[in-house]
Design a protein around this ligand. Sequence first.
Ligand SMILES: O=C(O)CCC(=O)C(=O)O
Ligand SMILES: [Fe+2]
Length: 349
Amino acid sequence: MAEMKISPCEQAEAGALHPKFIRDEEERPKVAYDQFSDEIPVISFAGIEESGEKRAEAWRRIVAASEDWGIFQLVDHGVDFTVVERMSSLARDFFALPSEEKLRFDMSGGKKGGFIVSSHLQGEVVQDWREIVTYFSYPVAARDYSRWPDKPEGWRAATEEYSRQVMELGCKLLEILSQAMDLEKDALSKACVDMDQKVVVNFYPKCPQPDLTLSLKRHTDPGLITLLLQDQVGGLQATPDGGNTWITIRPVQGAFVVNLGDYAHYLSNGRFKNADHQAVVNSKCSRLSIATFQNPAPDAKVYPLKIREGEESIMKEAITFSEMYKRKMSNDIEVARLKKLANQNKPLF
Ligand SMILES: O=C(O)CCC(=O)C(=O)O
Ligand SMILES: [Fe+2]
C-alpha cells in the first residue's frame, strides 16, 4: 500500500496532530518559540573592510562567538536590503501556491532540488513539521535550473542575486576565521576545493499542538558555514549542552544568523563549535526561514587544517566530505531506528 502522505499544510487546520509528527517526550520543545534570549551575540559588520577599532571589535566578537556557541547574528552585513526582501517575499509566495504547482517540482525519489513536504531524510521515523523548497546554486557550472522553481515570476533572477551576495558574505566570514587560525585568509575556502552552495527555504505552517512536535529536529549543519534568514516570528533554538537546556534566538530584522557546521568544527580541530540547534513551531502563525549552506565539494578532505601546540587531532584519519556526510546520515537513521525499537519493546503498563 502506498504510504499515506500528510502535509503540515493539510493538517494545520485539523484539531489534533497526526502521530507521524509526535516526538518522544525528551525531544519535545522545552522552551517556547517566543521566549527570547539575547545570549547569542548580535555583531555589526559595519567597518569590517576598514582598519580601526570597529573592525578589530567585530573580528574579536566573531571569533569568540564561533568558539563559544558556533552561532551569532550579523547585522550591517552588506547584503542588499531589497535583495533580501525580494527573496523573502518570493519564498512566501511560493508556499502560497496551490499544491499542484509546488508538486511540479516534487523532489522525492532522490532528485537534486525541488519541493518536498516534511523531512527529506529517508527512513526518518518521526517527521518534521515543515515543507521545503531547495536548490543548488554553486558551483555555477553545475546549476540545474530544471530543479529551480519557475514560479512565482522572477524567482530565478532574484534568487541568483541573493545567492551571489550571500556567497560573498560567507567568504568574507571565512577569511576572518582562517586568519584567526593563523592561516592564509583563503585557507578555509580553498579547503572546500570548489565551494557548494545549497539554499533551503523552510516553511513551517502553524501547528495545532506545537508542544508535541518540532519543525526541525535537533541537529548540527554538516558543512562549513550557514547563513540563515528568519522572519520575526521566532522558533530557532540553540543548546550549549547537548539538548539539556535551550534558548530561543531573538529574531533581529534583516540579520543573518550565522551557524558553523561540522566541517568547520573538524577543520579547526574542534576550536569552532558546530552549533547544535533545532526549530519549534507555534499555533498562531506560520514561519519562514531561508538557510544558505556553504559546503565543501564532495571529495574535499575532512581533517584539521591546524592543530595547535599541545593539542591532538580530533580525527583519527582524513575522510572525504561525502564520506563524513554518509556516516552522519546513517548514524541519524540508526539512532532513530534504535529508538523506535526501544519504544516498541516498552511495556504498556
Ligand atoms: O528554520 C530555522 O530556524 C532553522 C533552519 C535550519 O537549521 C536548517 O535549515 O538547517
Ligand atoms: Fe540547521
